[in-house]
Design a protein around this ligand. Sequence first.
Ligand code: CMP
Length: 137
Amino acid sequence: MEKTLSIIKPDAVAKNVVGKIVDRFESNGLRIAAMKKIQLSVSDAGKFYEVHAQRPFFGELVEFMTSGPVVVMVLEGENAVSKNRELMGATNPKEADAGTIRADFADSIDANAVHGSDSLENAKIEIDFFFAGREVL
Ligand code: CMP
């Protein structure tokens, strides 16, 4: 069993497709171990995406992630990290396979509907960033 972090980004929250996205996870063997809707501050988003701080898209990424509420979740299941990434599809929705979350709900590489941890090691760091141990059930 693995745990991974998922974020439903401001574009998908604004489109009111949170339930449809959660259904993709639940219908594919992942369980919601924690979930909350929050508004990220510039400081939160900057810290969360610190690894991208030197990338040219960092400013736009922070601006977008703070443009409206997000839903953050801990997903649990067998191979949860890779399963979540498979369900999300490629970062750029134009390259995402048909039937993936990003192919179906995302508009652009910035407004790409969801974030998912890219490794088990980062999943732990990202889960701890958003949730206290007692919130993960
Ligand atoms: P995410 O998985 O949340 O991780 C970093 C985000 O930066 C990524 O999804 C994209 O939404 C955004 N981004 C914008 N431009 C790029 C790019 N050229 N390469 C990777 N990520 C990008």
